[in-house]
Design a protein around this ligand. Structure first.
Ligand code: IVH
Length: 674
């Protein structure tokens, strides 16, 4: 008896604490009018945690303690949006807005002024949060508008997102649409912490917000200062919404959802433009970034009449602010090496605030851009930042150039791996030639090496390559052949059997063809066809490695640029070392026979239509093994055209030119002769 009274008391106490905490959250985040101190809030929260630990059976999913704690996910599930998440048409100048207002008048065939609801356009990511009978059940990203990702656990960690709606008349289903974003100060704090820990720095608050929401581990999201403003609804059932958009927003706020206090209802295009002016003055002082304002026809019945065009509503428009520009000084220029070896010059700037965000780096794109804009180290430059793009240097203030200004010089060696840098004439981008060796290019090189059309190592997919590189088990493609059963078994999501299977596949890949091997090396612009041409021409690796650019250009279809890429690749000692390691590990291929002696050498085939019993790739391979060339288009030089089911225009062309045609059956008989 006493026990059950005690239990009832705890139950009531828990209920009361939850109500109090939810109410304080609402005052703090939605009304922006806290009634208790942070310390008092924490005390109530701790008390609830203790009581819930005594009575785990009373823990409910909407308890304020249940925002974190879900185990990390393997991947996000897909969420189909019953009502698509649309985007907005953009406007930049006042004329765009008068034209927008005019279009609306025309469509509605009315001359009375239109009422618009004006809202700040937040720079974050769109979210759809679904409440069923008041309980938060799902949160999804916009994705492509039709299907997004299920980020429920992550969104639940945002304290200003109610886990249960408050107030009366709660709909059976309510999908709230809003923008998740990071404040300027939250972003600065996050980045300075990341810098201290040597972690990834986010380019801007938008990227930081998106990166934080797309975390598989909600504990990480919980540590990020995310916020939300709600600006609309998706599916609503079991409640008749008000017939004005501005009243819907008020209703959302009544249910405990955070809505911007900067929303205003105005009349006509003039009203919109006044709002725009007002917000552009306010913008700098706002604690978060906005990249414009949004105007929405306020009357829902009119919205419905206006409808949509492609993926944007006709009744709304985003009026964007121009990109902000400020002056600062280039203190240094560094070169970053990308995944494909491209060297990008990055200006280290004297830090400046643009749109309230501190900018200390700007991309200079490539050497041609530097020359075109005549940029020097020491120059005062105009830095521009528009929305989510990486800051860039818009131009130089020439008259402020100091005598000590220095020319920017492309390094001769890669700043990551010290391999030679190539800058082929006519190409904007300079690249590191140490493709097989360079740490910056490691992951891409290894993924390509293992891929089906290259060394064809089944089971060594992109994810596993990333894991192997991240855990430092492999640094170059040669290390693949040193992997051991124990190393593989110790990896996450890898069992004894799959490790064994992978090792078998790695072993199998050692026996390959010369052309596949050359393609697998990932030499710039050397695709399968070029690799085959190289293999046929230089029948040994030694011959190819010592070929000059001139020798290389004598191969059909190899021009000066590709020849330069190939020569530079083999000139790089780092690459040659790795190739030797691969050969020593046992990678081998059958010797290429002198192609003149092959039965079909000198003959060119074109294949069109679908063949029975054989894919086009197989047919191609069979023909090439016999010394033939397989071309993509019919010309007077074509020896035979092979025609399957549903042939294309190549068939007509062959007939026109009188080229011998082999149908499916004849082709099989033809191949069987050899
Ligand atoms: S309304 C049917 N209102 O801007 C209209 N969007 O460019 C759907 N955004 O995907 C959007 N603030 O992520 C709307 N007050 C606001 C907004 C807003 C930011 C974002 C939203 C949307 C994108 C469209």
């Amino acid at each position: 008896m006493g026990k059950s009274r005690e239990s009832g008391r705890i139950e009531q106490e828990i209920e009361k604490l939850r109500e109090q905490l939810n109410e304080h959250n609402y005052h703090y985040y939605v009304l922006d009018d806290p009634v208790i101190s942070d310390a008092e809030y924490d005390r109530l929260f701790e008390k609830l945690k203790i009581l819930e630990s005594q009575r785990p059976d009373l823990v409910t999913p909407d308890s304020p303690t249940q925002r974190v704690g879900a185990p990390p996910l393997k991947e996000f599930a897909e969420v189909k949006h019953e009502i698509p998440m649309l985007s907005l048409e953009n406007a930049f100048v006042p004329d765009d807005i008068t034209a927008f207002d005019q279009r609306i008048h025309d469509r509605l065939e009315t001359s009375s002024p239109i009422e618009y609801c004006c809202e700040p356009k937040l720079d974050g990511l769109a979210m759809s949060i679904r409440y069923e009978n008041g309980l938060l059940v799902q949160a999804a990203t916009r994705g492509d508008g039709a299907t997004g990702e299920d980020v429920t656990e992550n969104i639940k960690t945002i304290k200003m997102v109610p886990l249960r709606l408050r107030g009366d008349n709660i709909p059976r289903i309510l999908e709230v649409r809003g923008e998740v974003f990071m404040s300027k100060s939250g972003f600065d704090k996050l980045n300075s912490l990341a810098q201290k820990k040597g972690e990834k720095i986010f380019a801007n608050p938008r990227n930081a917000a998106a990166g934080s929401v797309r975390q598989l581990d909600s504990q990480i999201t919980a540590s990020r200062p995310l916020e939300i403003y709600c600006y609309g609804v998706g599916l609503v059932e079991g409640y008749k919404l008000p017939d004005k958009h501005s009243d819907i927003l008020k209703r959302l706020s009544h249910w405990g959802l955070r809505v911007s206090s900067l929303v205003e209802v105005v009349k006509g295009a003039d009203g919109c433009l006044t709002y725009y002016q007002h917000m552009s003055h306010k913008r700098e002082k706002l604690p978060y970034e906005i990249d414009g304002v949004v105007y929405k026809v306020n009357d829902i019945a009119l919205q419905e009449k206006l409808g949509f065009v492609s993926r944007a509503p006709r009744w709304a428009i985003a009026h964007k602010f121009p990109a902000e520009e400020v002056n600062t000084i280039i203190e240094a220029v560094e070169f970053q090496v990308g995944r494909t070896g491209a060297l990008t010059p990055v200006a280290r700037l004297k830090p400046v605030r643009v749109h309230g965000v501190t900018v200390s780096n700007a991309t200079l794109h490539n050497m041609d851009e530097i020359q075109r804009k005549d940029i020097h180290v020491g120059d005062t430059v105009i830095v521009r930042r528009a929305g989510d793009v990486i800051p860039e240097v818009a131009g130089v203030v020439r008259k402020l150039r100091p005598g000590s200004a220095k020319k920017i010089i492309l390094p001769t060696h890669c700043p990551v791996c010290r391999s030679a840098v190539e800058h082929v004439e006519g190409e904007a981008v300079a690249r590191c030639t140490g493709g097989l060796f360079c740490a910056a290019q490691r992951k891409e090189t290894i993924k390509h090496f293992a891929s089906r059309r290259a060394m064809d190592i089944e089971g060594l997919g992109d994810k596993l390559v990333e894991q192997l590189v991240d855990t430092r088990l492999i640094e170059s493609v040669a290390d693949i052949y040193d992997l051991t059963q124990t190393q593989l078994e110790n990896l996450e999501r890898m069992g004894e059997k799959s490790a064994q299977k992978l090792l078998e596949q790695i072993e199998k890949s050692k026996s390959t063809t010369y052309a596949r091997f050359l393609y697998a090396l990932g030499i710039r612009e050397v695709g399968e066809a070029t690799a085959k041409a190289l293999a046929n021409h230089f029948r040994t690796l030694q011959a190819l490695q010592s070929a000059t650019e001139e020798d290389l250009q004598s191969v059909p279809d190899i021009g000066p640029v590709v020849a330069a890429h190939i020569a530079h690749f083999f000139q790089e000692r780092h690459n040659r070392d790795i190739i030797s390691k691969l050969i020593n590990a046992g990678v081998h291929w059958p010797l290429i026979k002198e192609s003149n002696h092959l039965p079909l050498s000198g003959k060119t085939f074109v294949i069109t239509g679908t063949l029975s019993n054989m894919s086009r790739d197989e047919a191609k391979e069979r023909l090439e093994k016999l010394g033939a060339k397989v071309a993509g288009s019919v010309s007077a030089k074509t020896s035979y055209v092979v025609v399957g089911v549903d042939p294309g225009s190549k068939y007509d062309k062959a007939r026109e030119l009188g080229i011998p045609i082999l149908d499916d059956k004849q082709f099989h008989a033809f191949l069987n002769k050899f």
